[in-house]
Design a protein around this ligand. Structure first.
Ligand SMILES: NC(=O)c1ccc[n+]([C@@H]2O[C@H](COP(=O)([O-])OP(=O)(O)OC[C@H]3O[C@@H](n4cnc5c(N)ncnc54)[C@H](O)[C@@H]3O)[C@@H](O)[C@H]2O)c1
Length: 425
């Protein structure tokens, strides 16, 4: 394994002398130079962010960060000679660097809102991966911080910049599908068994305490580590918050609804017998005044449902509309299926973020945080309902759970000492 000591990481990462004075732009002030962007978390998605931001017009990679020196070293090597970027295991080095304008957060979920809040407090714009928060209270804190600072906060639900999803929403808004009273979010992605992992020491050089962050102190196992953290409540949100959030956000956007009035959820680990804590089988119904939204998740089959392993189907009285991996298609009664447009679009979502930051126009974001927060809350409500095993009734504004102390307690978490959420504003 390639080792990088913190000292050498910091040394390699020394930022070149600034040729301009940066600081954070006031909202509304256009930026005349390229955006200096940092990416935190160098897993599969963080590396995709590095590539995508680096190839976006008017944007340069100013810093990369990971607590794992092996992952960091691979990215640093790839950037060498092309970009003069800070390379660090400590995200605070990015937060406190006034020459950095914006950050991507592609860490495990339990770090999304804490890092986003630190970044906003330091005046940086944020592209936060989905789900934007590990619990609902954090999500609301992030929404308030975005509003109070006026900075751009884009959510990693990139389908909102895809031409197919945009065309699908427009088609339904214009009445093309007639009355639409039901939609289904399908998440039947095959995940496979993760087995049972022994407790070991973390890989050399890894800042495991920083990886744990706000979560309780627990011994290292490879099943709580890279990617597998998704299946542990301390760090992840299960697959509803992993892949399901894309379908739930798309479903909710297409239907034009926000918070539901009631949530009925059920599920558990019915198939695998391994270290998973989160469900492998889950069904959630979101009740609104005039429609029902459903989420159906099965992580152990290799065949599709209504032609999709991941997708959304909207049911109207004139026909049905599908948004899946290949894009958006509509089938009206008595007509052939026809394509409305292509699928998810990360480069467009990133381009939209860079343009909004440079133009000082947070109101033009395609996936703004206030929408990300609602979809994130829907995922958490699905999990809370599943875990308490009873229907949840929501307050009039949909942001709180009524008359259920156990469920309400799950809207937040206890933060490990030294890793409490920062206050912004
Ligand atoms: N929008 C999408 O389509 C999409 C696709 C894949 C993943 N994601 C999201 O991106 C995030 C990352 O996913 P992944 O698959 O790359 O996970 P991963 O576990 O492979 O990578 C996360 C990385 O973050 C690092 N990290 C953890 N805590 C850190 C900290 N405090 N400071 C710096 N680095 C830290 C880890 O060491 C790890 O290398 C997840 O939230 C996931 O939901 C989004």
């Amino acid at each position: 394994m390639k080792q990088i000591s913190r000292r050498s990481v910091l040394k390699t990462g020394a930022v070149a002398a600034a040729t301009w004075s940066i600081g954070t732009l006031a909202q509304g002030a256009p930026m005349a130079r390229p955006l200096r962007h940092a990416v935190i978390g160098m897993g599969g998605q963080g590396r995709t962010h590095v590539k995508t931001f680096a190839s976006t017009e008017n944007c340069t990679i100013a810093a990369v960060c990971d607590v794992d020196p092996e992952r960091l070293g691979t990215v640093a090597e790839a950037l060498k000679g092309k970009v003069d970027a800070t390379v660090t295991q400590d995200f605070f080095e990015i937060i406190h660097n006034p020459e950095i304008d914006s950050v991507s957060i592609a860490t495990p979920d339990h770090w999304h809102a804490p890092i986003a809040l630190h970044a906003l407090k330091a005046g940086k714009h944020v592209y936060v991966e989905k789900p934007c928060a590990h619990n609902m209270a954090e999500a609301y804190a992030l929404e308030e911080a975005a509003a109070s600072t006026g900075l751009c906060v884009q959510h990693g639900t990139q389908h909102r910049s895809g031409d197919g999803p945009i065309a699908a929403v427009k088609f339904m808004q214009e009445g093309g599908l007639g009355k639409v009273r039901m939609a289904k979010a399908i998440n039947h992605q095959y995940r496979g068994e993760i087995g049972r992992a022994e407790e070991t020491t973390p890989p050399p050089g890894v800042d495991y305490d920083r990886w744990l962050g706000p979560a309780p102190e627990r011994p290292f196992t490879k099943n709580r580590w890279h990617y597998q953290w998704h299946w542990h409540w301390d760090y992840g949100c299960g697959d509803i918050g992993n892949d399901g959030i894309h379908q739930i956000d798309m479903m909710r956007w297409g239907m034009g609804v926000g918070y539901p009035k009631r949530v009925v959820a059920t599920g558990g680990q019915l198939f695998y017998n391994d270290d998973h804590e989160t469900p492998d089988t889950q069904t959630v119904v979101y009740e609104y005044d005039d429609c029902h939204l459903m989420y159906e998740m099965r992580l152990w089959t290799r065949y599709k449902m209504e032609g999709h392993d991941n997708g959304v189907v909207y049911y109207g009285d004139k026909g049905k509309l599908e948004v899946g991996r290949t894009g958006a298609e509509v089938t009206l009664i008595g007509e052939e299926k026809r394509k409305l447009g292509g699928p998810n679009d990360l480069p467009s979502n990133v381009r939209n973020f860079v343009e909004c930051v440079r133009a000082g126009t947070p109101d033009k974001l395609n996936a703004p945080i206030h929408e990300g927060v609602i979809s994130t809350a829907l995922c958490h409500l699905g999990n809370i309902g599943t875990r308490v095993s009873r229907p949840l009734t929501l307050s009039a504004d949909g942001r709180a759970i009524e008359n259920d102390d156990e469920a309400q307690a799950m809207m937040s978490r206890t933060y490990r000492k030294g890793y409490e959420l920062p206050h912004v504003g």
